[in-house]
Design a protein around this ligand. Structure first.
Ligand code: NAD
Ligand code: LMR
Length: 308
């Protein structure tokens, strides 16, 4: 299995590192536009191989997409991250052009590729890849829900004063500060609804902190996060590489599911060797349905700024 990661910055390098550490791929190719940067990151990561015990071969290239030919999966992390005080949506002006160009180069060299979109604003960038790549819709997957769900579990464990391994939960809808929908109604501690343990104030705290998880880290770090994003991508790549058929919330092109069409939004899906094996339909409360529709409306407005 050959995986390409475009953008050898914070998220791209973290993603390559986690993929290599799990040792399920034969080859990871890092691509960046900055001269020598991807080559340097690849060499540094390869020098951890004997220390960390993996055999995955990591190489880097400055923009030579012929080196990515025959990739099964490609991850797009190229583009600018936000700074404290910004929204992800403000990145569209620069990132849309980068994502479109990168997608064209990837598909030209790997016509069968499955693309995982990470660059922000992610739901809109995933939509752009659908509109410009010519790939079938099961081969384009936006990464947001896997990360947001991990942050939800972190906040749930904190509020419950429980180990994270006791906790389960999922975030759907938009990957934005306002449009995330942490499904508290379905979150559990060892199968018991968390609503049995958390009072209203704690429930509200968990939801609000989850939604601004990315902004909180951006404020602390001065740029956006990379460890958990990289780990989330590696889980998705592994689900494809090992045909795990894992249920992961991902930003997918909807065609009537959850009452929406012609939009990419976070919904639970089965991820396996074909990319998206199916979209999972779960029941939502009336309040959750309304929030999902509200998030869709906001993403639709951002999509309106795209020029194909
Ligand atoms: N979807 C998510 O959950 C999620 C999580 C974290 C970050 N992000 C997004 O991922 C993106 C990358 O974040 P980062 O922290 O790694 O940023 P970064 O600045 O560390 O890395 C981005 C890299 O992209 C490269 N790049 C720019 N244009 C390119 C091009 N045309 N071709 C190849 N490479 C190019 C840059 O040289 C840089 O090395 C941002 O848009 C950020 O908002 C999304
Ligand atoms: O918050 C950001 O801008 C980056 C990313 O989308 C995240 O959630 O960490």
């Amino acid at each position: 299995m050959k995986v390409t990661v475009v953008g050898a910055g914070a998220v791209g390098a973290s993603c390559a590192e986690y993929i290599a550490m799990k040792d399920f791929c034969s080859e990871v190719v890092l691509v960046d536009i900055k001269e020598g940067f991807a080559e340097g990151k690849a060499m540094d990561l390869m020098q951890t191989a004997s220390l960390n015990g993996f055999d995955t071969k990591i190489t880097g290239t400055t923009g030579d997409y012929s080196k990515t030919a025959g990739s099964h999966v490609a991850v797009i992390t190229s583009g600018i991250p936000r700074k404290p005080g910004m929204t992800r949506e403000e990145l569209i002006g620069i990132n849309a052009g980068i994502v479109k160009e990168v997608t064209e180069n990837l598909v030209k060299n790997s016509p069968e590729v499955i693309i995982i979109v990470v660059s922000n604003p992610m739901d809109t960038m995933a939509y752009l890849v659908h509109k410009t790549s010519g790939l079938p819709k099961h081969k384009i997957i936006g990464m947001g829900g896997a990360l947001d769900s991990a942050r939800f579990k972190y906040r749930l464990a904190e509020a419950l004063e429980a180990p994270i391994s006791d906790v389960d939960g999922m975030v759907i809808a938009a990957h934005s500060d306002t449009g995330m929908l942490p499904l508290l109604s379905k979150a559990t501690r060892n199968g018991v609804p968390v609503t049995e343990f958390l009072d209203d104030a704690k429930q509200k705290y968990v939801i609000e902190e989850t939604k601004v998880g990315g902004a909180t880290l951006t404020k602390l770090l001065g740029t956006s996060a990379w460890y958990a994003p990289g780990a989330a991508v590696s889980v998705m790549v592994q689900a494809i590489a090992c045909d795990q058929k894992k249920m992961i919330p991902c930003s997918l092109m909807l065609d009537g599911e959850y009452g929406e069409s012609d939009i990419c939004l976070g919904v639970p899906a089965i991820i396996g060797k074909n990319g998206v094996e199916s979209i999972v339909k779960i029941s939502l409360t009336e309040e959750e349905k309304a929030k999902f529709a509200e998030a869709a409306q906001a993403v639709r407005e951002v999509n309106g700024d795209l020029k194909f």
